[in-house]
Ligand binder design. Sequence first.
Ligand code: ZN
Ligand code: ZN
Length: 405
Amino acid sequence: MREILDLHVHSRFSRATSKDMNIEGMAERAKKKGITILGTGDITHPEWMKEVKKKLVDLKNGLFEFGGVKFILSGEINIVFNLDGKLRKIHVLLTVPSFDLLDVLNAELLHFGDLLSDGRPTIFISGEKLLKLVSSISDKIFVIPAHIWTPWFGLFGSKSGFDRIADCFGDETYKIFALETGLSSDPYLNYLVRDIDRFTVISNSDAHSLENLGREANVMENVSSYEEIFTAIKNKDRKKFLFTIEFFPEEGKYFGDGHRKCGVHFVPECAEKVFCPVCGKPLTYGVFHRVMDLAGWKEEERSDGKIPFIHVIPLKEILSQVFKKGKGTKVIEREYLNVLNELNTEIDALVFKSKRVLFDKINADVAKAIVAMRSGNVVKQAGYDGEYGKLTINMEGEQQVGLFN
Ligand SMILES: [Zn+2]
Ligand SMILES: [Zn+2]
């Protein structure tokens, strides 16, 4: 059986998060999107965990269930520490197989930070110490560096990150096996960096609202427990871990270099300057710049067996372009539901339904746009310094054969 996993989301207890991020809303929207296994988010937050414990049914295999959707206990923390005279702030995702282990973990983390302050709390601990602490509790609690390229809080981020993974986790680095791409990068870009070669690259939504659930995700098959999911990730098992669903990285908020407040950006080229020509302050270097700085090894040196990936554009953005109405309008909501009525879920429409089924069941222009998107016929204006990029599907362009046509 096919599973679509989104392991990194936030509940309404995280800062700047929609109040609709409750279990009922998340389960309902996950079903529309096509997600079958969803992270709970915010596992370190006592109030949220009270609610999660009460509502989810424990399937006793590391997974939980509510309203026909399976859940995994996962949450993000912000680890803050000093290293080599620099203050480091790195976001990592934690996954835990049971409430019993979670209680032990949270009791320990409480010594290093205020868990009630935010669904994504700041924990004053180094990467190395965190891994030591976690593995002293269980070897089934996993730490996955989150959105590793974002300028702030990303492991490789230009503002407070590192040049090498081992610089962050020291002698404990061998315990890390997966890295999260974030919206502004994809596996192709990641594997340009030698240091990432041995890791499995996974993709999650980091959603702060129901709308964004599953905007990036992982597609697996025949994984029926927590253990099987993470074994498949660890082993890059291509029989079980089929592919990841990615944003076009240019659409992400941190792809190019620039200064949002000053309206300055250099995409697609990297900036040659360090300082903003308008305000004189340092520019925010984007993901592409960082990848280019850290890349520089030959394609043929790379090891085989990487998990494949595809790029998608959220369905409402596609509809918005076709019908020339804003994403949040009633027209687009109606057209969105029309597509789901015919094709089941958003991910089915974007990824799995054949070209023939698309043209049989839905509006021909929408079908045409989805097919063009699948073949990468997209004009891109890259995002920078917190500003999302803009994508336009090229409906008139020559259509190549996509992955699932
Ligand atoms: Zn984060
Ligand atoms: Zn500026």
